[in-house]
Design a protein. Structure first.
Length: 534
């Protein structure tokens, strides 16, 4: 198995790419998203993370729930919580604690570059590792998702930790090397269980085969299984806390039809079918062809498909060409098939989900980007080698030593330039002010609002409320609280917050409903506004 050395290029290339990705992610978060969540999902994630940052899994329900209502944040039996599993919010809470939640996904993206480089270099060699990391680093889809507050960048990082841990323990089956992978698998299950099933399935099969063949693998395989079971147990316990039933997810409290599977009672239409799932898959793959690298002519998936085709061909010929003294598949072929299977099973499991889920790209496939980038590098390098061979055959003489590598580098640079400047820039800018969400209005109102106040906002949609909602502490102890103007029911808010000034914000003016002059202003603990959102 090829190994990376510790020469300057092997260190400088991945570190330079990772640093660039972190910087680009933070820049896009500020320039495109203005540091704000633009989807219901992100709002709920940030709410959950702010709750966890205060040392709680759930918050107490607000005294007037309708005044603080926003999609995907649920009130049930005196509890207030987001509808999502807690894995990603646990990590995002670290960003809340340091006052910069966008840093979490940016660092996860940078770490993913390092892991892709390490994984590919370990299996295939330095050239494949450097190319795979470069391709991922310039992916418009990868960079935009990493600039958001969605769960996928952290889940991609978890996926890569599991995959690299598995690669290491194949040759050194020790518990210490497997522990990181087991914990990452637990986190992945606790964050996105359906994605965890998709990316882990091929390695579960591989591990079961090794359990049967190699006794030394059994403790390692059992540790990986324990990680998966730990994640499942924690997820069931969280469901019991939030929904009252370990088998019922928060998704179903918000939308009873929001389930995985086929048949009646699933999807807004009342029935989800395999045909509809395949149609969603078609839409997502088409979008992936456009934004994975942003290359012209929908070439994005072609090199990876070439690598998979070559691997399948080698597999079919392997019984004829194998060395009987070495009955196992060659390492590079085994990993070509495993990475292809990982991407395929992730796509396949989402056929059972009723929505295409497109948000900043075909996000349900994001956890496969590491595998796809490695396969793209494999296919690209194989194509370059094939072109060199064709040149040699056609001209009956060897090509100049640097001709093919130089040409390949120039082609790659041209494609990357096209992807970033022709495809990515306008696509990224299309998300600026998405859903009409802008930072300035809420920032200006927050700067002028009286301290120790409740500001009532006469708004009609969640998109208007979102920039204000994320400034509230989940425990409603922010210096300024923003709530819906309930009109005739505003008296309920006056009664619920007797120690606060209550004002309506109408036409750019604060209209007082009650003025209070407290001795001290409550400290704004855990509010997302103070944590760097908006």
């Amino acid at each position: 198995m090829p190994r990376t050395g510790r020469s300057l290029p092997t260190i400088a290339v991945p570190l330079g790419l990772a640093s660039s990705v972190v910087a680009a992610s933070l820049l896009l978060n500020r320039s495109v998203f203005e540091g704000l969540p633009h989807t219901e999902d992100e709002v709920a994630y940030l709410f959950q993370a702010a709750t966890i940052a205060r040392g709680h899994l759930v918050a107490s329900a607000p005294p007037v729930p309708d005044a603080f209502a926003i999609p995907f944040v649920i009130v049930r039996d005196g509890l207030w919580f987001g509808k999502y599993p807690p894995g990603y919010p646990l990590v995002l809470a670290l960003g809340i604690l340091v006052g910069y939640p966008a840093l979490v996904n940016a660092l996860a993206a940078g770490a993913s570059i390092l892991l892709v480089f390490t994984l590919a270099s370990r299996i295939y060699g330095f050239a494949t590792g450097a190319l795979a990391a470069t391709l991922l680093a310039v992916s418009p889809f990868f960079l935009l998702q990493s600039a958001s507050f969605m769960a996928h960048p952290v889940c991609l990082l978890s996926t890569l930790v599991v995959t690299l841990s598995f690669a290491v323990t194949l040759h050194r089956p020790t518990l210490s090397y497997a522990l990181a992978g087991a914990l990452a698998l637990a986190m992945l299950v606790l964050a996105r269980p359906l994605s965890a099933l998709g990316v882990a399935a091929p390695f579960v099969v591989w591990s079961l085969w090794r359990l049967w063949r190699y006794s030394a693998w059994r403790p390692v395989g059992l540790l990986y299984a324990s990680g998966g079971m730990l994640g499942c147990a924690a997820l069931l316990a969280y469901n019991l806390l939030t929904t009252g039933d370990p088998l019922v997810f928060g998704y179903e409290l918000w939308w009873p039809f929001d389930k995985v599977g086929f048949g009646t009672g699933i999807s807004p239409d009342g029935t989800h079918t395999v045909a509809e799932g395949l149609l969603n898959t078609r839409y997502n793959l088409r979008l992936l062809e456009q934004v994975l690298y942003g290359w012209p002519g929908r070439l994005d998936l072609l090199p990876a498909l070439l690598a998979v085709t070559a691997a399948v061909g080698r597999l079919l010929l392997w019984p004829l060409l194998r060395d009987v003294r070495r009955p196992e598949l060659p390492t590079d072929l085994a990993w070509d098939l495993a990475l292809a299977a990982q991407a395929t099973t992730l796509v396949a499991v989402h056929i059972a989900y009723w929505t295409a889920g497109q948000m900043y790209g075909p996000r349900y496939y994001f956890e496969a980007l590491g595998a796809v980038a490695v396969l793209t590098a494999r296919g690209s390098l194989a194509a370059a080698a094939a072109l060199r061979w064709l040149w040699d055959v056609a001209t009956a003489r060897a090509a100049p030593p640097q001709a093919v590598p130089t040409t390949a580098v120039l082609v790659l640079l041209a494609l990357c330039f096209w992807g970033l400047f022709v495809t990515a820039l306008p696509w990224w800018q299309s998300f600026r002010g998405w859903y009409g969400i802008r930072a300035d209005p809420a920032r200006q109102v927050a700067a002028r609002a009286p301290a120790n106040s409740v500001v009532l906002l006469p708004i009609s949609s969640w998109t208007e409320y979102a920039p204000y909602f994320v400034r509230n502490s989940p425990f409603l102890d922010s210096s300024v609280l923003f709530a819906h103007d309930l009109g005739p029911r505003n008296g309920e808010l006056l009664a619920a917050f007797p120690e606060r000034t209550v004002v309506r914000y109408v036409g750019g003016v604060f209209v007082p409903l009650r003025l209070v002059d407290p001795e001290s202003t409550p400290r704004s603990a855990g509010s997302l506004g103070e944590a760097g959102v908006g």
